[in-house]
Write a protein that binds this ligand. Structure first.
Ligand code: HEC
Length: 210
């Protein structure tokens, strides 16, 4: 073809863009997930993934209302898969594996063993999920980004207003959920009281033996 160099450049760019769209479309095809046989039932697996162990990272309503520090996208937009956390399609609140809600003194989000001890290996388009395996998720990036998201929400009035609207609170900076925001950290919440200990790990269904 005898194309003008400029036109040829433009065509190359269009071609490259459409190729990268094709690559994105392909990478979004969900792979099949299989589970390594661990001698437990689906409901026991769900308990491992979602049962609270008492961890209270932050109020769930805050966690789901928070935006990323550098955009208006919700922090939980991709169910935290950008940090390597695994989706739990049948779990509550669209949270990934090992992110449990704790119901004592409000509704909190926290991590359980499963967040750091569930892994996946992939071969020939099949994903094998291993309950108890070491995670590939990046806890420190997660915490650093969460910290940035909270700081930018406190500092940016527009961000804060959107956050407060989603939480369903007034836009006043003090008193959201009864906690004074500029005076972070969360752990200094005045309502904190130790909760009674509930024995963990007592199986409601008999474990299979042998
Ligand atoms: C925040 C992430 C995180 C959470 C939550 C977590 N772990 Fe771990 N765990 C790790 C890491 C990282 C290691 C590896 C430490 C090392 O290699 O030095 C580990 C190691 C272990 C080991 C040793 C494994 C081995 O092969 O030696 C056991 C057992 C274990 N964890 C059990 C648990 C249990 C039970 C819970 C829940 C009560 C839990 N972990 C919660 C991150 C976590």
């Amino acid at each position: 073809m005898n194309l003008e160099p400029r036109l040829r450049g433009l065509l190359t760019v269009i071609l490259l863009i459409s190729c990268s769209f094709a690559a994105i479309a392909q990478s979004q095809v969900p792979n099949q997930v299989k589970y390594l046989e661990q001698g437990w039932s689906e409901s026991q697996r769900q308990k491992f993934y979602t049962l609270s162990q008492g961890s209270q990272l932050m109020p769930l309503s805050w966690f789901t209302a928070l935006e990323k520090s550098d955009s208006e996208d919700l922090f939980t937009v991709d169910s935290l898969s950008r940090f390597g956390y695994l989706p739990n399609p049948t779990g509550p609140d669209g949270l990934p594996v090992g992110f449990a809600t704790d119901q004592s003194g409000g509704k909190w989000i926290g991590l359980t063993c499963a967040a750091c001890h569930t892994s996946q290996v992939e071969k020939n388009g099949v994903i094998l999920q291993i309950d108890g395996g070491p995670t590939n998720a990046d806890l420190f990036s997660f915490l650093i980004e969460l910290d940035k998201a909270i700081r930018s929400t406190v500092q940016d009035q527009a961000k804060f207003s959107r956050f407060a609207t989603r939480v369903g609170a007034g836009t006043g900076r003090n008193g959201i959920c009864g906690i004074s925001l500029p005076g972070f950290p969360l752990t200094s919440r005045p309502s904190y009281r130790p909760v009674p200990r509930i024995p963990f790990g007592v199986p409601e269904e008999p474990m299979r033996s042998g």
